[in-house]
Design a protein around this ligand. Structure first.
Ligand SMILES: *Cc1c(COP(=O)(O)O)cnc(C)c1O
Length: 296
């Protein structure tokens, strides 16, 4: 079977703050897995795609907002593995670069009201209930199969780390990391940065059968909510990217990397600590906020 099971590298970065504080920071470059099946989205889709192939499904049906990395990842993966793809998009019909790329990969887009979008199972059933070739993939790729795929990030690590930082949207990636850390009996402390407002990530992780007891949640880095930014965050994204040559975006990785640097700045890690930041990809997010950088 075709696959993108490349082991993404762990790359050490240099930065004056890290030198000053005597800590070493590495980036797990899941952004290198594929340009559009971005990082954790491949990890989350992998076992759904395996299942769809096994069950000889022909259509992948999924859900997302108009800038969803998951929609684009599903469209690109579907094209790669010869599935048809159907994307049900929240809100009135719009055009943007992400949706254009979804269409280029052959995704059939359908826009539904925010109201209708709330009952995704209904939307699926209305069109595909009697279609044995269609497979339902949850919004954001959230689910137990996503946990399995994301736990493999830990399988790949070539060193031990004192801390691992990741951004959370649905929490599925964080759940997989926690599972992997447990499975390998690692001492690594998982630091999760919810990028949305509201304290719902711990229960979403628990719903996937993963304990949150050992996870440290940083609730103070959402910058106002999903896709909200502040000048300090935008400045950090630019400063990090220009220093390291590794592009990040302000919606997910910008917030989690900001959190890591802020915690290092506040001396919350002793000298000699090894810290890993998970780069989950999602760089097309920049296309939706390119104009915000004009004043930075
Ligand atoms: C979707 C996404 C996340 C969030 O992952 P969850 O498993 O939903 O928590 C993080 N980073 C990027 C770049 C994403 O696209």
């Amino acid at each position: 079977m075709k696959t993108f099971d490349i082991h993404s590298p762990e790359q050490e970065i240099e930065h004056p703050l890290l030198k000053e504080k005597g800590v070493r920071v590495f980036i797990k470059r899941d952004d290198k897995i594929h340009p559009f099946i971005s990082g954790n989205k491949w990890r989350k889709l992998k076992y759904s795609i395996h299942e769809a192939l096994e069950q000889e499904k022909k259509k992948l049906v999924t859900f997302g907002g108009a800038w969803s990395n998951h929609l684009l990842a599903t469209a690109a993966a579907a094209a790669e593995f010869n599935f048809q793809s159907y994307g049900i998009v929240r809100g009135e019909e719009v055009e943007n670069p992400v949706l254009t790329m979804c269409k280029l990969f052959g995704m059939h887009l359908q826009f539904v009201s925010r109201e209708a979008y709330r009952s995704k199972e209904n939307l699926f059933n209305e069109q595909f209930e009697k279609d044995p070739e269609a497979m339902y993939i949850p919004e954001g790729g959230y689910g137990k199969k996503a946990v399995l795929g994301c736990a493999e990030i830990i399988d790949e690590l070539t060193r031990d780390y004192d801390a691992l930082f990741c951004a959370a949207g649905t929490g599925a990636t964080a759940a997989g990391l926690a599972q992997g850390i447990l499975k390998h009996n690692k001492q690594t402390k998982l630091h999760v940065i919810p990028v949305l407002k509201g304290n719902f990530i711990p229960s979403e992780i628990e719903k996937l059968g993963v304990s949150t007891r050992e996870i440290y949640f940083h609730e103070e880095y959402h910058f106002g909510g999903y896709a909200k930014t502040q000048p300090s965050l935008l400045r950090f994204v630019k400063e990090f990217t220009s220093h390291t040559g590794i592009l990040i975006e302000p919606i997910y990785t910008g917030k989690s990397f900001f959190a890591a640097f802020d915690q290092i700045q506040k001396d919350n890690f002793p000298r000699g600590s090894h810290i890993l930041l998970l780069h989950t990809g999602g760089l097309t997010g920049i296309l939706g906020m390119y104009d915000k950088f004009s004043k930075i």
